[in-house]
Design a protein around this ligand. Structure first.
Ligand SMILES: [Zn+2]
Length: 87
């Protein structure tokens, strides 16, 4: 009977530990993600080629409907060339 009780206790303790780790690990994980986001900037999509780039490293262009982010000068030029096909 004593051994059974110990096994029961160990099982419950293990389960509690797994749940605890999952809960605290999840919180810690999201905090790390947030810190990384602030450090690296945020991911923005290049409207020309569809690639996701870091906002801090992206080529920025002012557009009538807001700021656009591109992976390269080439994409930025291509995008605005397309926007004005008459030229
Ligand atoms: Zn691009």
């Amino acid at each position: 009977m004593g051994l059974f009780r110990i096994l029961m206790f160990a099982g419950v303790a293990l389960l509690a530990l797994v749940i605890f780790k999952r809960v605290t690990g999840g919180i810690r994980g999201s905090r790390q993600d947030l810190e990384e986001d602030e450090r690296l900037g945020r991911l923005v999509q290049d409207p020309e080629c569809g690639v996701y780039v870091d906002s801090k490293e992206a080529v920025r262009r002012k557009a009538p409907d807001g700021e656009l982010f591109f992976c390269s000068e080439k994409c930025a030029k291509a995008h605005f060339a397309q926007a004005q096909p008459g030229e």
